[in-house]
Design a protein around this ligand. Structure first.
Ligand code: PMP
Length: 360
């Protein structure tokens, strides 16, 4: 088989054109006779790569000038700690909106630093919905409000930005960043692990408003202080250079595709087609409230879970791989990030129809 469609939740599919370009540049980047992996992060070649990547990300996301963009390591999981360390600023409480498994981890880490108020939760609905904001118990004196715009495991996505007044809004955008245009000025901090819509694992992107930098909780590691990285252009220590470079190639690819407006239309089309297949079938099911279904991660179950292994095996034979659902929910999950072509989703839809005919 020459090619597969990879529905992994992350690390995930990357644009074929970008992989090919990285291959072509692998051992000799632009006549430097060096691989990007071999370059000093302080050399002029890498500095030009780093600056271009940041400029392209700023352009794509329309990031205002009063925000820093940080290219870090540690994964989104270290942001679960860096957010309270940097944003508490003498305050002792923070609000969290809890809509799934990743929010739970952010909350657990937040509790190590402050009094966490879970201002809203869909736990009672088994995280299949987003609580109506009219019922949220937000605290106007909280240091920040944290939420997870897209819950990668449950497949629950906010298609709107919460209004939290003057309290800084913090978003774990790991599995939705760059999938659509967003108004960055509504946020205090946006962070994302790269391994879904940005590039290879090992890079973490943080977008943080200037006024939230520089007052970390006492006694914390210097590496967990946003100022350490903001004051050194993310080069206080050795940054994840190859991931940063690769992310830059993905940003260029996105710009060539027409930017976030264009990709969001494609993402919407892909997700709608897949949910329609599920809803029309009577054989497949997705439990999430239609108003908050994810465009990026589509979990679904089969009418008979005994067929799960057969489904996965037959799908694999068709070149449709990594469809197994997260171990905590079972069933299937199709992650259809920016780099999943529409043909990949069409192939999955065809296969699902055929499978239902044979086994339904
Ligand atoms: N938040 C979300 C929404 C995620 O999907 C993930 C990873 N799947 C994480 C956080 C954890 O990211 P990392 O592995 O980069 O720490």
């Amino acid at each position: 088989m020459s090619k597969v469609y990879n529905f992994s939740a992350g690390p995930a599919v990357l644009p074929a054109e970008v992989l090919e370009r990285a291959r072509d540049e692998l051992v000799d980047w632009h006549g430097s006779h060096m691989s990007v992996m071999e370059m000093s992060h302080r050399g002029k070649e890498f500095m030009s790569i780093a600056e271009k990547a940041e400029a392209d990300l700023r352009e794509l996301m329309k990031i205002p000038d009063n925000y820093k963009v940080l290219f870090l390591q540690g994964g989104a999981s270290s942001q679960f700690s860096m957010v309270p360390i940097n944003l508490l600023r003498g305050n002792s409480k923070a609000d969290y909106i809890w809509t799934g498994a990743w929010g739970k981890k952010a909350i657990a880490e937040g509790k190590r630093y402050c009094d966490v108020n879970v201002a809203a939760s869909s736990e009672a609905e088994k995280f299949t919905t987003i609580p109506d904001p009219s019922g949220w118990s937000l605290d106007a004196d909280a240091a920040y409000v944290h939420y997870t715009p897209n819950e990668t495991i449950g497949g629950v996505e906010f298609h709107w930005i919460p209004d939290v007044g003057d309290v800084p809004l913090v978003a774990d955008m790991s599995s939705t960043i760059l999938s659509r245009p967003i108004d960055v000025s509504k946020y205090g901090v946006i962070y994302a692990g790269a391994q879904k819509n940005i590039g290879p694992a090992g890079l973490t992107v943080v977008v943080v408003r200037d006024d939230l930098i520089g007052q970390p909780v006492d006694g914390q590691p210097v590496m967990f202080d946003y100022a350490t990285h903001a004051n050194n252009d993310s080069m206080y220590n050795t940054p994840p250079t190859y991931g940063w470079y690769f992310a830059g190639l993905v940003f260029e690819w996105l710009k060539d595709k027409g930017g976030l407006e264009a990709i969001s239309m494609i993402n919407h089309r892909k997700a709608s087609a897949l949910y329609k297949t599920i809803d029309d079938s009577g054989f497949y099911a997705n439990p999430v409230d239609p108003d908050c279904r994810s465009w990026m991660n589509v979990p679904f179950t089969l009418a008979d879970p005994e067929l799960d292994a057969t489904f996965l095996e037959e799908a694999k034979q068709e070149g449709l791989v990594t469809l197994k659902g997260h171990r905590s929910v079972g069933g299937m999950r199709a992650s259809i990030y920016n780099a999943m072509p529409e043909e990949g989703v069409a192939a999955l839809i065809d296969f699902m129809g055929e499978f239902e005919k044979r086994h339904g």
